[in-house]
Design a protein around this ligand. Structure first.
Ligand SMILES: [Zn+2]
Length: 445
């Protein structure tokens, strides 16, 4: 099956940066732009040059330094914006001016206070001016999804004539659902002369209903060949469509989507992390693709399956998106197998009896603290509070040495395990009594 290429237009540094708490200075934008280049995005929208001197400088320096992707700057449909955008962009290897003008009646009437006729003329003149500077011109009819279809197509045909090379259709207010947004894009590509002119249709979705990615995918199916998105889904209000989710949906379901991108998926997690560090805004733990818990398996039955074959519960390997390692979160729902595996990673191997005993102690501890960390596990085998029992286990395995010179068990009575300083007489919790061999597979289902 022939696969169609989708242009990934990243707007983390523009729409994303405009959102509360996400602003970046020049150096931060430059650093992110270098990472977006490594990630393999096709277009970097670096900023809104007329908005501030800082944004102008950021766009200018990114244009000067980052040479592979197209560098884009935003401009309202007025001469001073377009000229300022061009001043910032002119040093780019591949510059693009992105002109926008609202087209919905509600925006024309209340925000711009202009007629449809005036809107049509302004759009045409703005694109014409941009084209006089730059071959690559994108036009966005702001609030497109609430614009009368007939008028919208009129504007789009007008800007195609004026030289626009990409028509970006924004669902500015995030009101669309996939079926109607897909139909909307399809109708536009049937009614405007984009194909005969080689003009690309693009989608720009906002996440007010949590549907930005779904709407974007619907747009692709309906003929959009560029998608606008942001790392971690940052952007105005509820954000933009999340780049990492779009890219991985296409990659993981090629049976549904015969489309490719040039994104280097292994750079998704590093890029996400860099953005979080830069703006100081973390992503929710359960965020798809790059959230802290996206690859954390806490339920015992899941952990056991994961250890036998990650495909049991993992549709994306952590490595694919650049996450260092799949995280099995050890808690009271974990089974023996997960515990043994973690100990192995820490350089300790146990026989069955040793592990049983350790497991009992582990469950006691996990009942008290939510997440058992590596240091707790090491405490469990050290038996810190019982120096008399210096070697509860004669464990000599070392991950570093790769050796496993295991010796017979040195009588580990329950008291030998006293990682919990408060448990002078450890009592097994009622649940943990039932942790027989089979329960590992049932626990936490
Ligand atoms: Zn937007």
């Amino acid at each position: 099956m022939e696969r169609t290429r989708i242009t990934i237009f990243d707007t983390t540094l523009r729409d994303g940066e405009q959102s509360p708490g996400c602003s970046m200075n020049v150096q931060e934008k430059q650093k992110l732009a270098r990472q977006l280049d490594r990630l393999g995005v096709d277009v970097i929208e670096a900023g809104f040059p007329i908005a501030s001197d800082g944004d102008f400088t950021a766009v200018q320096s990114i244009a000067a330094e980052i040479r592979r992707p197209i560098i884009c700057g935003l401009a309202r449909a007025v001469p001073q914006d377009i000229e300022r955008a061009w001043q910032a962009l002119k040093g780019a290897a591949r510059p693009r001016i992105h002109v926008f003008l609202a087209t919905s009646d509600i925006h024309l009437q209340y925000k711009l206070k202009i007629s449809r006729q005036k809107c049509l003329e302004q759009a045409r003149e703005a694109v014409r001016l941009a084209k006089s500077f730059c071959q690559d011109v994108e036009f966005s009819p702001e609030d497109a999804t609430r614009t009368d279809m007939h008028f919208l197509c009129e504007v789009l045909n007008e800007v195609i004539e004026a030289g626009a090379t990409t028509l970006n259709i924004p669902d500015t207010v995030g009101y669309s659902v996939p079926a109607d947004f897909g139909a909307f894009i399809r109708e536009i590509s049937q009614k405007v002369k984009n194909q005969e002119k080689g003009v690309v249709i693009s989608a720009h979705c906002h996440n007010d209903l949590g549907l930005a990615v779904a709407n974007t995918l619907a747009a692709i199916e309906a003929g959009a060949r560029q998608v606008e998105c942001a790392i971690n889904g940052i952007g105005e209000r509820a954000g933009n469509a999340a780049l990492e989710e779009i890219v991985m949906s296409l990659r993981i379901r090629p049976d549904q989507y015969a489309y490719d991108t040039d994104v280097v998926s292994e750079q998704l997690y590093p890029t996400s992390q860099m953005l979080c560090d830069t703006i100081g805004v973390p992503v929710q733990p359960n965020k798809a693709i790059i959230g802290r818990n996206a690859f954390a398996h806490a339920a015992g039955i899941h952990q056991d399956g994961m250890l036998k074959n990650p495909l049991t519960y993992e549709i994306i390997t952590p490595k694919t998106v650049g996450v260092p390692d799949s995280t099995l979160v050890l808690g009271k729902h974990s089974g023996r197998h997960a515990l043994a595996q973690r100990y192995e990673k820490l350089g300790h191997e146990f026989d069955r009896r040793e592990l049983d005993e350790l497991y009992r102690r582990f469950v006691l501890l996990a009942d008290k603290i939510k997440t058992v960390e590596d240091r707790h596990l090491l405490d469990l085998i050290k038996g810190r509070r019982t120096p008399d029992h210096t070697q509860p286990f004669a464990v000599a395995a070392s991950a570093a040495a790769g050796q496993s010179s295991r010796e017979p068990l040195h009588k580990p009575g329950p008291a030998a395990f006293s990682a919990d300083p408060n448990a002078s007489t450890p009592q097994l919790s009622p649940g943990s009594e039932h942790h027989g061999e089979q329960e590992d597979y049932l626990w936490g289902v």
